[in-house]
Write a protein that binds this ligand. Sequence first.
Ligand code: HEM
Length: 140
Amino acid sequence: MGLVVGFGVRGIRAIRANRVERHRRSMAWASFFVVAFLVAYLCKRIVLGGEDLGAWTLAARLNLYVHEAFVVTMLLAGATAFVLGRQLASTRRVTQSAGDPPPPPQTLARHRLAGRVALACALLGFVTACGILGGMLARA
Ligand code: HEM
């Protein structure tokens, strides 16, 4: 998740410097690491099974549920940002060519909002993941 946050921050910095291609590539890498994380998580669930939450403190369980909520919100908002980003790809905001159609302001605004929500949730998901890891190490 640290890589997702890292590439997400790089992507935001890129678009603020008006480097659209760098933004697109950074967000594609962030999306790749989200998918890689999901595949690794599913493999772990299939091979090792779920965690024995009976051994977890209440605070650790609450942290886990909050973490899962951030991850689900990140997935939904990130997918929305991705779809809206694809809709912007053929507009002059991305192509930088005056001959191409202007981007619909609503699509820009929704893309920005969805992207910011996804990145905020990725950051909070990362912070809560550190708490989960800390708890696992303490129980080991
Ligand atoms: C999951 C993938 C993506 C995420 C999470 C994302 C996230 C964001 C965020 C957070 C912003 C606002 C930055 C700010 O705070 O100023 C933004 C802006 C922008 N993004 Fe993305 N983005 C993604 C994919 C794409 C793609 C594929 C394209 C198109 C090739 C794209 C094109 C743009 C453009 C043109 C802006 C500037 C909008 C404006 O002028 O207001 N994004 N993106």
